[in-house]
Design a binder for this molecule. Structure first.
Ligand SMILES: Cc1cc2nc3c(=O)[nH]c(=O)nc-3n(C[C@H](O)[C@H](O)[C@H](O)COP(=O)(O)OP(=O)(O)OC[C@H]3O[C@@H](n4cnc5c(N)ncnc54)[C@H](O)[C@@H]3O)c2cc1C
Length: 369
């Protein structure tokens, strides 16, 4: 291990590796340390939206077709209704198993010359650098990419300032031939199920609810379409849980420390945007590290979080409101162009005056459906 580096990244998950790759693109020396051993798995819906893929490409990474499964839009389903919208301009998302994505990010970071240390927990930070075991690695910049329960955030006194509404999520994989090329969101009375095909014979199912005891198998009982698809299918992964929700921070940097990924705030899993957001943050952070001005990262970070946070809030209005779910899906079926434009907005397309009209049409649809 080096004694000194330009950037020390604490956490080698998707956000940390993306930060390392982007910083190497700027010629900075980078060390990454992670307490776990790769490839790291995690509870995740495993879908990358087109905007997330675009950011990944800017990091120099294109996922090979053999290791990822494409989807062409989002489908909402409730007990009796379904409505879908394709991504704009024939765009596509990709679903990829977390350990596979992790492997590709590691390969790219190594190719770019980042020094990666696994099974290496960081014990603290100081004005000089980062404490690893009984030694300190001097670092010009410290990047906290250590996930939603970031210790770097605590050490740098950058705690979340807004009380988040948190939900409980679990994920599992089923051996079944994919029945759809959409990422599906199944709306139940008290939970949502997300189904994403991740291979020729495998579908990832994640479930989010307000009930910490609700496991995937229990939740499926209230999602008739999804449970019918999975009937008789063998489970091929252990169930993994995580907490999800919108968590915002007032500040994402302090002195020489900057936060990225879930350490810097989260958006609810319903958006399918956490990974893409991390990749975009990594590009913004590298700009700021290069210019030596983390205040610009703060501004860009806030701008990047805004849209996914707003979309999460909008979508969560439907949570535990079966009547509103039914009316919304009915309105989307009657006005498919509105669903398409909302999806485009979700992916970062600028709002147009058309959206005002869409809002009025949707409002009327909700009242009359
Ligand atoms: C149920 C669910 C479904 C989701 N679905 C999607 C989806 O479909 N699409 C999407 O884009 N996003 C999705 N997300 C969000 C996405 O999973 C996260 O945004 C993403 O994992 C964040 O990556 P990260 O690198 O910030 O954190 P993590 O993946 O948590 O990585 C943090 C790393 O830091 C390491 N670490 C922690 N402390 C230390 C320490 N002291 N020293 C060294 N290492 C340390 C850990 O070992 C870990 O490897 C979902 C989230 C949930 C909960």
């Amino acid at each position: 291990m080096r004694d000194a580096t330009d950037v020390f990244v604490v956490g080698g998950g998707p956000a940390g590796l993306a930060a390392a790759i982007a910083a190497r693109h700027r010629g900075l020396r980078v060390v990454v340390a992670d307490g776990a051993e790769p490839p790291i798995d995690k509870a995740c819906g495993e879908g990358l939206m087109p905007d997330g893929l675009a950011a990944l490409e800017r990091l120099g990474l294109e996922l090979p077709a053999a290791d990822a499964f494409p989807f062409r839009g989002i489908r909402f389903l409730s007990a009796k209704l379904a409505a879908d919208a394709q991504f704009p301009d024939g765009g596509r998302g990709l679903a990829v198993r977390r350990p596979t994505l992790h492997r590709f990010l590691i390969e790219r970071a190594q190719q770019m010359g980042a020094e990666l240390m696994w099974r290496t927990s960081v014990g603290g930070i100081s004005p000089e650098g980062v404490r690893v075991g009984n030694r300190t690695v001097r670092a010009r910049w410290i990047v906290g990419a250590d996930g939603a329960y970031s210790r770097v955030r605590t050490w740098a006194a950058l705690e979340p300032c807004f009380r988040p509404r948190l939900r409980y999520a679990f994920r599992r994989h089923y051996r079944v031939v994919p029945w759809t090329d959409y990422m599906e969101v199944h709306w139940g009375q008290s939970c949502q199920g997300y189904a994403t095909a991740v291979g020729q014979d495998q579908v990832c199912v994640a479930l989010a609810s307000n009930d910490r005891n609700l496991r995937v198998q229990d939740g499926l009982r209230s999602l008739p379409w999804l449970s019918a698809r999975l009937r008789g299918a063998a489970t091929v992964s252990a169930e993994r849980g995580a907490i999800t929700g919108n968590r915002r921070l007032k500040r994402v940097w302090q002195g020489k420390v900057a936060l990225i990924g879930d350490a810097s705030g989260t958006v609810d899993a319903i958006t399918g945007e956490g990974l893409g957001l991390s990749f975009r943050q990594a590009l913004a952070l590298a700009d700021s590290l290069e210019s030596g001005n983390l205040a610009t990262y703060q501004r860009e970070h806030r701008r990047l979080m805004l849209r996914p946070l707003q979309m999460a809030r909008l979508m969560l209005l439907l949570d535990r409101r079966p009547r509103l779910q039914r009316r919304t899906l009915e309105a989307f079926r009657q006005h498919p162009q509105i669903f398409r434009r909302l999806l485009a907005l979700h992916l970062g397309e600028m709002p147009t005056p058309q959206l005002v009209w869409d809002g009025l049409t949707l409002g009327w649809g909700l009242l009359t459906a």
